[in-house]
Design a protein around this ligand. Structure first.
Ligand SMILES: [Zn+2]
Length: 356
């Protein structure tokens, strides 16, 4: 109900030309909108996690709106410099993608390229060498494929409890149990992938076919080199998609991530994005010490000159957002009306796993 009222209000404001008024205001000119995307579906991933994955057609519609609306899509570094200098053009926007999954290369980048928009990819790097699906995500996706079912006996997989796949909570419990199993048995990356394959077989799903489609895999080194050579900006997102609360481990995440990016695309990454949008106060000096000059969160907002550079807000776009909501953020009305800013972190991937 509240959402309906919100959408009706936005439509009314648009009809009354309030959108244009705000879009062309000095207030908006002093602000930078950083858009956040995650995955672009290769198949049906947006139906599995609409908060995380988007159908390429919808992404194309968004890019078209940016073009038609005369938005100035800037590279991240330039956007931040001009925000500082007070020289932003009207309707300025930056586009960022988190994680760097293979579908970015295959489905999102060709669209961005066709529109000529610059883009930053916050690349997590642990899986870039592996060409295997990210374990916890692929398990969740496979279980979703059998949604609605209840499988009584999971002993074949090493699970004590039945597999209740009727809703997200039940499926999440199974993923959790599988992850606990991998920890208990100190499984290597390969053993975990074999377990995912066993799960697929158990569910009657052709795992080699899923793997061949590269669903829920990261970009490999060759793909990263290709898009970087084409001008895509590759930045930090930790090596293992995690932010440990221990300083030395946190530092290692940044260093491993930066070294791997440097190895692959020969550039030094200095912009960071918090995995899953999780940040703590103590991370800020740690990031500064590692010469990180900006960090983005998943909290909603337009960035201003006084926004802390290591806590920059963004707007998360996904399959669930109506076009009017998306547009309200482009013009700035969304920011003016926002009553909840902190990210819920509900559909954002948890830690990418690594062998123990
Ligand atoms: Zn991420």
């Amino acid at each position: 109900m509240l959402r309906k009222i919100k959408l009706a209000t936005l439509r009314l404001l648009k009809t009354a030309h309030f959108f244009d008024l705000v879009a062309d205001s000095q207030w908006r000119r002093e602000r930078l909108l950083i858009l956040c995307y995650h995955g672009t579906s290769l198949e049906d991933e947006h139906l599995w996690r609409p908060g995380l994955y988007m159908h390429p057609e919808l992404l194309a519609q968004r890019l078209d709106l940016l073009k038609r609306g005369g938005y100035a899509v800037l590279p991240l570094a330039e956007g931040l410099q001009r925000l500082d200098a007070g020289t932003l053009p009207a309707r300025s926007v930056v586009i960022t993608f988190d994680d760097g999954t293979h579908d970015f290369h295959k489905a999102a980048y060709p669209l961005l390229k066709a529109y000529g928009f610059p883009v930053t990819v916050y690349q997590t790097t642990y899986y870039t060498d592996r060409e295997r699906p990210i374990f916890n995500l692929i398990c969740s996706y496979l279980l979703w494929k059998r949604r609605g079912e209840v499988i009584q006996d999971g002993r074949e997989l090493g699970l004590a409890q039945p597999l209740d796949l009727r809703d997200e909570v039940g499926r999440h419990k199974v993923v959790q149990a599988l992850m606990d199993l991998t920890k208990r048995e100190s499984m290597t990356g390969q053993q975990k992938d074999e377990l995912a394959g066993k799960l697929a077989e158990f569910l009657g799903i052709d795992y080699p076919a899923v793997v061949a489609k590269r669903i829920l895999q990261l970009m490999n080194a060759q793909e990263l080199r290709e898009i970087a050579a084409d001008g895509v900006d590759i930045q930090l997102h930790t090596h293992r998609h995690r932010t440990p609360e221990d300083e030395a481990l946190f530092e290692r995440e940044i260093r491993d991530n930066r070294a791997r990016i440097r190895e692959i695309v020969s550039s030094t990454a200095v912009h960071f994005c918090y995995p899953s949008g999780v940040y703590r106060k103590q991370f800020l000096p740690w990031l500064a010490k590692e010469q990180v000059i900006s960090a983005t969160t998943c909290d909603s907002g337009l960035a201003t000159r006084v926004s802390p550079r290591l806590l920059l807000p963004r707007y998360i776009d996904n399959q669930l957002r109506k076009e009017i909501e998306f547009e309200s953020w482009l013009v700035g009305v969304g920011d003016l009306l926002a009553f909840r800013r902190a990210a819920t972190q509900r559909y954002v991937p948890r830690n990418v796993d690594e062998p123990a």
